[in-house]
Design a protein around this ligand. Structure first.
Ligand SMILES: [Zn+2]
Ligand SMILES: [Zn+2]
Length: 130
Protein backbone atom coordinates (compact mmCIF):
# COMPACT_ATOMS: atom_id res chain seq x y z
CA UNK A 1 0.00 0.00 0.00
CA UNK A 2 1.45 3.37 -0.89
CA UNK A 3 0.51 6.77 0.40
CA UNK A 4 -0.65 7.88 -2.96
CA UNK A 5 -2.91 4.99 -3.74
CA UNK A 6 -4.72 4.67 -0.45
CA UNK A 7 -4.54 7.92 1.47
CA UNK A 8 -7.75 7.24 3.40
CA UNK A 9 -6.62 3.97 4.91
CA UNK A 10 -3.16 5.29 5.69
CA UNK A 11 -4.59 8.22 7.62
CA UNK A 12 -6.90 5.91 9.53
CA UNK A 13 -3.93 3.67 10.27
CA UNK A 14 -2.00 6.53 11.84
CA UNK A 15 -4.92 8.22 13.56
CA UNK A 16 -6.76 5.14 14.78
CA UNK A 17 -5.02 1.80 14.44
CA UNK A 18 -1.82 2.81 16.22
CA UNK A 19 -3.92 3.78 19.26
CA UNK A 20 -5.96 0.59 19.49
CA UNK A 21 -5.68 -2.12 22.10
CA UNK A 22 -5.33 -4.61 19.27
CA UNK A 23 -2.11 -2.91 18.19
CA UNK A 24 -0.77 -2.46 21.74
CA UNK A 25 -1.34 -6.16 22.39
CA UNK A 26 0.30 -7.13 19.08
CA UNK A 27 3.29 -4.92 19.84
CA UNK A 28 3.71 -6.44 23.31
CA UNK A 29 3.48 -9.92 21.86
CA UNK A 30 6.18 -9.07 19.30
CA UNK A 31 8.60 -8.10 22.06
CA UNK A 32 7.63 -11.12 24.17
CA UNK A 33 8.37 -13.43 21.23
CA UNK A 34 11.71 -11.77 20.50
CA UNK A 35 12.61 -12.17 24.13
CA UNK A 36 11.48 -15.80 24.18
CA UNK A 37 13.60 -16.48 21.09
CA UNK A 38 16.59 -15.12 22.98
CA UNK A 39 17.34 -12.44 20.43
CA UNK A 40 19.00 -9.26 21.65
CA UNK A 41 16.98 -6.18 20.78
CA UNK A 42 18.57 -3.60 18.54
CA UNK A 43 17.28 -0.76 16.41
CA UNK A 44 16.92 -1.78 12.75
CA UNK A 45 18.07 1.70 11.75
CA UNK A 46 21.21 2.52 13.71
CA UNK A 47 21.70 -1.11 14.84
CA UNK A 48 22.50 -0.03 18.38
CA UNK A 49 21.27 -2.23 21.22
CA UNK A 50 18.07 -0.97 22.81
CA UNK A 51 15.39 -2.21 25.16
CA UNK A 52 11.64 -2.55 24.76
CA UNK A 53 10.84 0.83 26.27
CA UNK A 54 13.10 2.57 23.74
CA UNK A 55 11.73 0.94 20.63
CA UNK A 56 8.78 1.34 18.29
CA UNK A 57 7.78 -1.16 15.63
CA UNK A 58 7.80 -0.25 11.97
CA UNK A 59 5.44 -2.08 9.61
CA UNK A 60 7.24 -3.61 6.63
CA UNK A 61 3.86 -4.69 5.40
CA UNK A 62 0.30 -3.64 6.20
CA UNK A 63 -1.32 -6.90 5.15
CA UNK A 64 -1.96 -7.86 8.75
CA UNK A 65 -3.63 -4.56 9.57
CA UNK A 66 -7.30 -5.29 9.15
CA UNK A 67 -10.24 -2.94 9.40
CA UNK A 68 -13.43 -4.93 9.38
CA UNK A 69 -16.88 -3.56 10.20
CA UNK A 70 -15.26 -0.63 12.00
CA UNK A 71 -13.06 -2.91 14.11
CA UNK A 72 -9.28 -2.96 13.87
CA UNK A 73 -7.39 -6.21 14.04
CA UNK A 74 -3.64 -6.61 14.30
CA UNK A 75 -2.72 -9.84 12.52
CA UNK A 76 0.76 -8.87 11.42
CA UNK A 77 3.26 -11.67 10.89
CA UNK A 78 6.21 -11.42 13.24
CA UNK A 79 8.58 -10.66 10.36
CA UNK A 80 6.36 -7.81 9.15
CA UNK A 81 7.51 -5.73 12.12
CA UNK A 82 10.95 -4.29 12.84
CA UNK A 83 12.05 -2.47 16.01
CA UNK A 84 13.34 1.08 15.75
CA UNK A 85 14.14 4.07 17.94
CA UNK A 86 11.48 6.76 17.49
CA UNK A 87 14.15 9.03 15.99
CA UNK A 88 15.42 6.43 13.52
CA UNK A 89 11.83 5.45 12.71
CA UNK A 90 11.00 9.06 11.87
CA UNK A 91 14.06 9.28 9.62
CA UNK A 92 13.03 6.08 7.88
CA UNK A 93 9.56 7.44 7.13
CA UNK A 94 11.01 10.68 5.84
CA UNK A 95 13.33 8.75 3.55
CA UNK A 96 10.48 6.63 2.22
CA UNK A 97 8.06 9.53 1.79
CA UNK A 98 10.42 12.05 0.25
CA UNK A 99 12.69 9.98 -1.92
CA UNK A 100 11.42 9.54 -5.46
CA UNK A 101 13.23 6.23 -5.96
CA UNK A 102 11.78 4.76 -2.80
CA UNK A 103 8.34 6.16 -3.53
CA UNK A 104 8.39 4.36 -6.86
CA UNK A 105 8.97 1.02 -5.20
CA UNK A 106 6.00 -1.23 -5.55
CA UNK A 107 5.83 -2.55 -2.04
CA UNK A 108 6.34 -0.96 1.30
CA UNK A 109 8.56 -3.89 2.23
CA UNK A 110 10.93 -3.21 -0.68
CA UNK A 111 10.94 0.53 -0.01
CA UNK A 112 11.53 -0.10 3.70
CA UNK A 113 14.50 -2.39 3.07
CA UNK A 114 16.10 0.10 0.68
CA UNK A 115 15.53 2.93 3.15
CA UNK A 116 16.87 0.81 6.04
CA UNK A 117 20.06 0.12 4.07
CA UNK A 118 20.55 3.82 3.51
CA UNK A 119 19.76 4.63 7.10
CA UNK A 120 22.26 2.07 8.38
CA UNK A 121 25.01 3.52 6.22
CA UNK A 122 24.10 7.01 7.37
CA UNK A 123 23.85 6.19 11.07
CA UNK A 124 26.60 3.59 11.31
CA UNK A 125 29.28 4.35 13.82
CA UNK A 126 32.36 5.38 11.84
CA UNK A 127 34.96 2.61 11.87
CA UNK A 128 38.30 3.34 13.45
CA UNK A 129 41.02 3.27 10.79
CA UNK A 130 43.11 0.13 11.17
ZN1 LIG B 1 18.12 3.66 16.14
ZN1 LIG C 1 6.98 2.91 10.43
Amino acid sequence: MSNRRRPGILNLYTDEFLHTRAWFARRDRWFTEEHAAGRALACAGCERPADTSQLELHHLDYHGVILESGRWEAREAHEDLVPMHPYCHELLHRLIDRDAVLARNRTRRAASHLALDRLRRKLATPQEPT
